[in-house]
Design a protein around this ligand. Sequence first.
Ligand code: ADP
Ligand code: MG
Length: 486
Amino acid sequence: MATNWGSLLQDKQQLEELARQAVDRALAEGVLLRTSQEPTSSEVVSYAPFTLFPSLVPSALLEQAYAVQMDFNLLVDAVSQNAAFLEQTLSSTIKQDDFTARLFDIHKQVLKEGIAQTVFLGLNRSDYMFQRSADGSPALKQIEINTISASFGGLASRTPAVHRHVLSVLSKTKEAGKILSNNPSKGLALGIAKAWELYGSPNALVLLIAQEKERNIFDQRAIENELLASIHSLWLLPIFPRNIHVIRRTFEDISEKGSLDQDRRLFVDGQEIAVVYFRDGYMPRQYSLQNWEARLLLERSHAAKCPDIATQLAGTKKVQQELSRPGMLEMLLPGQPEAVARLRATFAGLYSLDVGEEGDQAIAEALAAPSRFVLKPQREGGGNNLYGEEMVQALKQLKDSEERASYILMEKIEPEPFENCLLRPGSPARVVQCISELGIFGVYVRQEKTLVMNKHVGHLLRTKAIEHADGGVAAGVAVLDNPYPV
Ligand code: ADP
Ligand code: MG
């Protein structure tokens, strides 16, 4: 994909002036992060890094990503309800990966006790890159789906105004008009509000499980703000026409102040909780023993967890890899051949590393052509995957060990690089070769066995310099962007 902004990117003086204007607009719009120096304070904040220009994305791929999102919602929901599939899929992984094993233990424990939760809420984000095909045309390929703490829906709602501003400064009003409106935070809030309403207790609250040090708090506040503003919508019955209050607590707070009554209703500080929204709990280092106990307490409760543990497990890389096996989608989504075809079209090559012939062959292929593969452990949050020589070393070491079952191998997506200018606090504006990753936010709500909401609610485009193989915005690698449809 060539850029539209070629000559603009060459004029250093103009770029610097544009960057100053863009940064001020980003700050005014609330495209904000707390600083790494003071991650618990909102006294001094800065802008979240972003591209000076929107990046070109083929409209057809955007449309395809939107069109398949409801299918992904259905698929995640189906996996989460299929205990046998989860058990079989994760059996080799949980022997080797302690984090997945702990999640799985809680899942089993709650299944045995009986699930008290009746309302299920999924807020996910499916991420894609644009694979350059042999004929040069780009194809939409899924990187992963995030089923817990999928972030940047709030800030992505505020970046279109920044790019429209930049293009307007350049008197490119026609181009400014092409920047898509985007409001994931409203859609995510709508899902939470629906789950809250179905829970059926007008005085109950939404509990956001927060990290002690949260730089990305304004992203979360955007959703809280939408909930607090009375949501007037066809999706909500007018039985509780009121604003919905969110309390923010850490796992430690829950272990000290959380309790269940005899019906397993969840109370925190004496207040009933209708919905638990996790913005923590997706990485091993986020759990002390105490935190695992808190997670178990929450999981056992009647409250709608977003996500419940089964849904978190449905988002593991191992599940993603197993879903790409022939027949799996058909088994999970019976009688829906069109959805299956849309889903499968987005799958890249995914390979099991379980001990056995199939895994041996995958390892041999990756060792023979390392640049074509990525080695992935069962981790979230960026910076965990291995590429190139590092992957080769790891594979050689893992080859003869059972530990290899805790990884999967994935085909490496190679998008066509393009130029854009990256803006970060504390660094001069940098024009570099970039690649983008498109995320689509999905929302669904299920009551017992009935799906009552299934939507896509917006997008996120993140762009990074090609020298970084891995990592998102929170990891300090990618920056926020907007698709410029072409
Ligand atoms: P995480 O759960 O840590 O976000 P991801 O699977 O999203 O893990 O990988 C992190 C980053 O690594 C992605 O944002 C992307 O930039 C890069 N990446 C992951 N898988 C691939 C792939 N198959 N091809 C190319 N890059 C990839
Ligand atoms: Mg990711």
